[in-house]
Design a protein around this ligand. Structure first.
Ligand code: AMP
Ligand code: MG
Length: 405
């Protein structure tokens, strides 16, 4: 049996090679940039107006106020967005300008329409402005030749917008691995089947597929396999054809019908570790098979999900070029006592809340590895280190955040 840290190290150093590919920008959401993005233009590419109003020389309206308006004469043209002004703004003149339109020569600022009153040949200005007010300068957002985003950045909707404004229709990203999910067990039945004593509906394929889907990557959910070596070999081999990492659930413990480990060794998979000093998820096994990897996840529904969080997800994230493998972690204080057996790491399913900048947590209920609702209600996984025994109210431990708190 190895420790959680050793197991995580083996998984992360396993050497699943990142693959880089080019994608249309809208297909890259949630993936990681595999290239630095260098701007080929200044953005914006010309000085322009941030408001609907009048392009002016700020010096001409110095001292203007409600009780002391200053009159400016309308120049002979106006500038809608998209038009290049032909004339310049001379002293004492102004030019109607719309948001996004190029600033005409001579003007150094834009007075908002709301601060003026217009007649047929002139405007009254009721406020003075600073030089540069309501002007968006060339290159103020992005300078030509600058590095805007770096390899390793996670692609967000904002990044996709910027890529579009830089004229980049495609980007190079880390291609996520395809993850296969294969549940095993004679007692496991389909979700449409009638539940009778001795049977359990397959929840693992669904929770695992959902965990993969939550990462924004592709999953393949295969049909269940029974506890039968010949059939397991067939199903596992078929499944491996279609994925880079295969997640098996069930049959990896030491029971008489736990055939997964022996079966994988029979087909020539190399065992990288088996059994981790943790609860839930102790029977976890990890194998290499040719260029692919296989997790033998325990069958218990909570163990499956916790092992995904602690081992599978970090491995996928690493291969996707991300710098952060595990979920964000905080130090949080428990609002209640927890019964806890010393010996291995315990992962408790908890609800985390934040009060006055501090994190607190309480249990989601019964903590057995078969109590899937305790996982379903959790927004955090509290990590009780090996050898600490019962956890007293008020103690602080590391908690991984699964989602919003
Ligand atoms: P095993 O690891 O095969 O000994 O299974 C441990 C427990 O997990 C047993 O109670 C199984 O019935 C249950 N189990 C196994 N596979 C699944 C599954 N796909 N969905 C839900 N429960 C499962
Ligand atoms: Mg079983």
């Amino acid at each position: 049996m190895i420790s959680v840290e050793e197991a995580q190290k083996i998984v992360l150093n396993s050497g699943l090679k990142p693959i880089i590919k080019k994608l249309p920008i809208l297909e890259s959401l949630g993936l990681t940039l595999a290239e630095d993005i260098v701007s080929s233009d200044d953005i914006p590419v010309y000085d322009n107006s941030a408001m609907d109003g009048y392009a002016v020389r700020s010096i001409d309206i110095k001292g203007a106020e409600k009780s002391y308006p200053i009159r400016l004469v309308l120049a002979g043209e106006d500038i809608p967005a998209g038009k290049i002004p032909k004339s310049k703004v001379n002293p004492g003149f102004c030019m109607p300008i719309m948001t996004g339109a190029p600033l005409p020569e001579g003007a150094d600022s834009v007075i908002m329409k709301e601060d003026t009153q217009r007649d047929t040949i002139s405007i009254m200005v009721f406020r003075e402005i600073e030089k540069g007010e309501n002007v968006r300068y060339r290159g103020e957002d992005i300078k030509k030749s600058s590095i805007v985003f770096k390899r390793g950045d996670n692609i967000s909707p904002g990044i996709i917008g910027v890529l579009a404004s830089l004229g980049k229709s495609e980007v190079r990203v880390f291609d996520p691995p395809v993850i296969g999910v294969l549940a095993t067990g004679d007692e496991v039945i389909g979700i449409d089947e009638k539940l009778v004593p001795g049977k359990v509906r397959d929840s693992n394929s669904y929770s695992l597929s959902a965990q993969i889907k939550e990462m924004g990557i592709q999953y393949k959910k295969f049909d269940r396999a029974p506890d039968d070596e010949a059939l397991l070999i067939k199903k596992i081999k078929q499944s491996l054809e279609e994925c880079d990492i295969l997640l098996l659930s069930g049959g990896i413990s030491i029971g008489d019908y736990d055939l997964v480990k022996d079966t994988l060794e029979t087909i020539g998979a190399e065992l990288l570790f088996w059994r981790v000093n943790q609860k839930p998820g102790k029977p976890l096994a990890f194998f290499k098979y040719k260029e692919k990897y296989i997790f033998g996840l325990p069958g218990n529904p909570v163990s499956v999900m916790i092992c995904f969080e602690m081992y599978v997800r970090p491995m996928i994230r690493k291969s996707m070029g991300s710098g952060k493998f595990l979920r964000p972690e905080v130090e949080a204080e428990t609002l209640q006592d927890f019964k806890n057996k010393a010996g291995g790491v315990n992962f408790a399913r908890v609800v985390v809340e934040k009060k006055d900048g501090q994190y607190f947590f309480k249990s989601t209920g019964m903590q057995g590895s078969g109590i899937l609702t305790s996982m379903a209600r959790a927004n955090g996984i509290a990590c009780f280190p090996a050898n600490i025994g019962d956890v007293k109210k008020g103690s602080k431990v590391k908690v991984y955040l699964l989602g919003e708190i």
